[in-house]
Design a binder for this molecule. Structure first.
Ligand SMILES: Nc1ncnc2c1ncn2[C@@H]1O[C@H](COP(=O)(O)OP(=O)(O)OP(=O)(O)O)[C@@H](O)[C@H]1O
Length: 345
C-alpha cells in the first residue's frame, strides 16, 4: 500500500501543458525527489498534490484517501499535507515559539507549550525560541519551518527546493539532519530540487520529469547506474559516450572487445555510456592521451582521447598527476554496460 499515489495527472496553463501524464507512488516513510529542467512542472505537481492548484485530469490519493479525482477536490486544509517552500514562509511578526505553536488549534495553553517545547528540543532550536525570523540564519529558519510542519503530524510532507537558499557548507549538514529527522518521524516526503546531488543523497526514489511525464521513477542507484535514456544519464552525473558495435555477441569499442550476450540488444551501432569512475589507469591498458585536466583536490578530472578518437572524461585520485599531452594506459572497469542506440546512424 502506498501513502502517496499520483495517477495520470494532467495540467494545462493557457500557453502550455507542463504535465501530460504524471504517475508516482511513495510507500510509507519513503522520501521521493523530483528533478528536471527549469519550468518542467515540478512545483506545479507539488501544488496539485497539496490542493493549491487543480489538475484537469488524474487522481491523487494520500494515506489511502482520495483527495482529488474527477468527483472530488478536497481543499488543502483537509488533505493533512505539510508544505515547506523555498522561502520557509515564517510569520515575521511572531517569534519561533509562536510560529511553531500557530499550527496547533486545539488544547490548553499548558498542553500546547509542552508539545511545542518538545518539538523545539527535537529540532535543536529551543535556545532560539524567543527570536524572530529576521534574527535567524537560513538553517535555523529551515528548522523552524520543519518544526512548524511536523507538529501537525502531516500524512505527507511536500518540500519545494528547501535547500536552495542555503550556502553550500550549511546545505550538506542540514540535508543529513533533515533526512534523519524525516526518517525518525517516518513521514512520507516528496521534495522538488534542482540539484541531482541533493536528490541522490536524500531520497529512496528519484523521479526525472521531462516533457510532462516522469520518465524514470527509481532508486538513486538505478537512476545513476541504469538510466533509461541519455537525458537521465546526463542529468544524474558526468557522462561520456563512445561508439560501440555489437556483432554476434561481441561488443567492439575503442576500449576493446567484450563478450556481450544481453538479449535486450540486437546487433547494431550503439553509444556506450562511460561514467568517469569506470576507467582506471594501468600499464596493461589501452593507449590514451591526456587532453585536459582539472584539479579538484581529492581527485582530478582528466579528458583523455583514445586511439579510436573517442574522448572520455575520467576521474582519478589526484596523486596520479599526469601532464596535458602525456600518453597513459587505461582499462575499463564496467560493472555492466549501458548503451543507447547510436545517434550517428
Ligand atoms: N499559475 C500559472 N499560470 C500560468 N503558467 C504557469 C503558472 N504556474 C506555472 N506556470 C508555468 O508552468 C510551467 C511549469 O512551472 P513550474 O513552476 O511548475 O516549473 P518548475 O519545474 O517547478 O520550474 P523551476 O525549476 O524553474 O522552479 C512553467 O513554464 C511556468 O511558467
Amino acid at each position: 500500500m502506498y501513502t502517496l499515489e499520483v495517477k495520470n495527472i494532467e495540467k494545462t496553463f493557457s500557453a502550455e501543458k507542463p504535465l501530460k501524464s504524471v504517475n508516482l507512488n511513495l510507500a510509507s516513510g519513503e522520501i521521493g525527489c523530483l528533478v528536471g529542467p527549469s519550468g518542467c512542472g515540478k512545483s506545479t505537481l507539488l501544488r496539485i498534490i497539496s490542493g493549491l492548484e487543480t489538475a484537469e485530469r488524474g487522481s491523487v490519493k494520500i494515506n489511502n484517501r482520495m483527495v482529488f479525482d474527477k468527483n472530488i477536490n478536497m481543499p488543502p486544509f483537509k488533505r493533512n499535507v505539510g508544505m515547506i517552500f523555498q522561502d520557509f514562509s515564517l510569520f515575521s511578526h511572531m517569534n519561533v515559539f509562536e510560529n511553531v505553536a500557530f499550527s496547533i488549534k486545539k488544547g490548553s495553553k499548558a498542553t500546547i507549550k509542552k508539545k511545542v517545547y518538545s518539538i523545539l528540543e527535537c529540532f535543536q532550536i529551543s535556545d532560539i525560541k524567543f527570536k524572530y525570523p529576521h534574527e535567524l540564519s537560513g538553517g535555523q529558519q529551515q528548522r523552524v519551518a520543519l518544526a512548524r510542519t511536523f507538529i501537525k503530524n502531516p500524512d505527507i510532507l511536500l518540500m519545494d527546493e528547501p535547500f536552495s537558499n542555503l550556502d553550500v557548507s550549511l546545505k550538506d549538514k542540514l540535508l543529513k539532519e533533515i533526512k534523519s529527522i524525516i526518517k525518525s518521524y517516518q513521514t512520507t516526503t516528496l521534495m522538488v530540487t534542482h540539484s541531482m546531488e541533493e536528490a541522490l543523497k536524500m531520497s529512496d526514489k528519484v523521479g526525472i520529469l521531462k516533457n510532462g511525464e516522469i520518465i524514470q521513477w527509481a532508486s538513486p542507484y538505478a537512476i545513476y547506474h541504469r538510466p533509461v535514456d541519455k537525458f537521465t544519464a546526463d542529468f544524474s552525473g558526468d557522462t561520456s559516450y563512445i561508439h560501440a558495435r555489437l556483432i554476434n555477441g561481441v561488443l567492439e569499442t575503442g576500449l576493446g572487445k567484450f563478450d556481450f550476450n544481453d538479449k535486450k540488444y540486437s546487433d547494431g551501432e550503439y553509444d556506450l555510456l562511460i561514467r568517469p569512475e569506470d576507467i582506471t589507469v594501468s600499464s596493461e591498458g589501452i593507449d590514451a592521451k591526456v587532453l585536459n585536466k582539472e584539479f579538484m583536490g581529492a581527485y582530478t578530472n582528466y579528458q583523455i582521447k583514445l586511439s579510436s578518437d573517442d574522448k572520455i572524461l575520467i576521474k582519478l585520485p589526484s596523486h596520479l598527476n599526469f601532464s596535458i599531452g602525456t600518453n597513459i594506459n587505461v582499462t575499463p572497469d564496467f560493472k555492466h554496460f549501458i548503451m543507447f542506440p547510436s545517434e550517428k546512424t
